[in-house]
Ligand binder design. Structure first.
Ligand SMILES: [Zn+2]
Length: 274
């Protein structure tokens, strides 16, 4: 496909440094490797990065949903500026994140589109990256502001750290995406097996309840009908989460989701035709 702009974005969350390190260390190399692609780089939230915080007023990666609401915040201003950069142009967005969970290398698709699915499939076939489908009907995510976009999400990476392996994996995935840009046609058809997000599981309200150590870090492990997700530390009782059929938990114990009480997300593995 021909794009007018390919926007590679880091620090949508200020405490996730992998994208910034990619841009600082490898922007020239990326540009030289793909001289015919209109690549631009962007640090999405420099102020949050400076303060080593996920955000200043509110999450930039959720704010696009109600962008026209009469509310002022640092991130809303950034979001409006960002929208101007992609407005009226055919843009591909590659938005780079890291997770504190034991996720491994993943690509996240939020918009149902053949190009996104096909590129993700090609990249996953030559790397160890898993593909997650997180349908964003409300278009709250930054990457959903164009029809064409992929998030790169790599874990485990602690907040406010640079991790060499995560950065080199991120470079590899970015290059693999870019390799496919011109080759994949707008009207491409095919099938892809991916992990679709189905349900968010909250921490139980019972005091002293934590993630069960035998469950924690088991992102993408296959479970059937239930998992012993939590442990009550005072009674030593395990707390079971039921989910009918085969499922795969992801983002287990993600530090950023604690403020919303979110413990993990349940995915199912499905095949999508596009
Ligand atoms: Zn993030």
């Amino acid at each position: 496909m021909n794009f007018e702009k390919i926007l590679i974005v880091g620090c949508t969350h200020g405490n996730e440094w992998t994208g910034e390190a990619l841009i600082q260390n490898y922007a020239n190399e990326i540009q030289e490797s793909f001289p015919d692609l209109p690549i631009e780089f962007s640090i999405a939230n420099p102020k949050a990065r400076e303060l080593n915080k996920r955000y200043i007023d509110e999450d930039l990666n959720r704010v696009f949903k109600n962008i026209d609401a009469n509310i002022e915040s640092h991130e809303r201003t950034l979001a409006k500026e960002f929208l101007k950069r992609i407005k009226d142009s055919k843009t591909l967005i590659i938005d780079i994140h890291s997770s504190t969970s034991n996720l491994g290398n993943t690509l996240i698709i939020t918009q149902e589109d053949g190009f996104n699915f096909e590129v993700a499939k090609q990249v996953s076939q030559v790397s160890d990256a898993k593909v997650i489908y997180s349908p964003d009907i409300e278009k709250k995510y930054l990457v959903s502001q164009s029809t064409y976009g992929l998030m790169i999400e790599i874990g485990p990476v602690d907040h406010n750290t640079n991790q060499e392996k995560a950065i080199s994996d991120c470079l590899l995935l970015t290059k693999e995406i870019l390799k496919n840009v011109r080759q994949v046609d707008k009207d491409v058809h095919g099938k892809i097996k991916l992990y679709v997000e189905r349900k968010d599981i909250l921490y139980p309200k019972t005091q002293g309840t934590k993630l069960n150590p035998i469950f924690d870090r088991s992102d993408f492990k296959k479970y059937h009908n239930s998992c012993q997700a939590f442990l009550n530390e005072s009674t030593n009782e395990m707390i079971q989460i039921d989910y009918e059929g085969e499922f795969f938990p992801i983002f287990i114990g993600e530090a950023s989701y604690l403020e919303n009480g979110l413990a993990f997300t349940v995915c199912e593995e499905i095949e999508i035709e596009y």
